[in-house]
Design a protein around this ligand. Structure first.
Ligand SMILES: [Zn+2]
Length: 85
């Protein structure tokens, strides 16, 4: 089941600004990272977006395997507050 904004569950997504740039063929991705959004706000506080609207989220499991793909601040917070096995 897909997490929605209203469920207040963390969603890992690329920020919209980076996504727009990504669409340009000659644009090389410098340091776009996935951020963890809860209720439309990134945990690091740098981004706000409607996470229901975009479909680029990746699974939390992937972030655990490849933390380098995620924003460091978001990752630390998310691990502390939401990651529990
Ligand atoms: Zn972040």
């Amino acid at each position: 089941m897909k997490n929605t904004m209203n469920s207040m569950m963390p969603v890992w997504q690329l920020p919209v600004r980076e996504r727009l740039l990504e669409g340009k063929p000659d644009w090389v991705h410098p340091l776009a990272k996935f951020h963890c959004f809860v209720g439309g706000r990134s945990l690091c506080g740098n981004y706000e977006q409607n996470t229901d609207f975009f479909e680029t989220d990746i699974e939390s499991g992937e972030i655990v395997q490849f933390p380098a793909c995620g924003c460091k601040k978001c990752y630390e917070k998310w691990k502390k507050e939401y990651y529990m096995w």
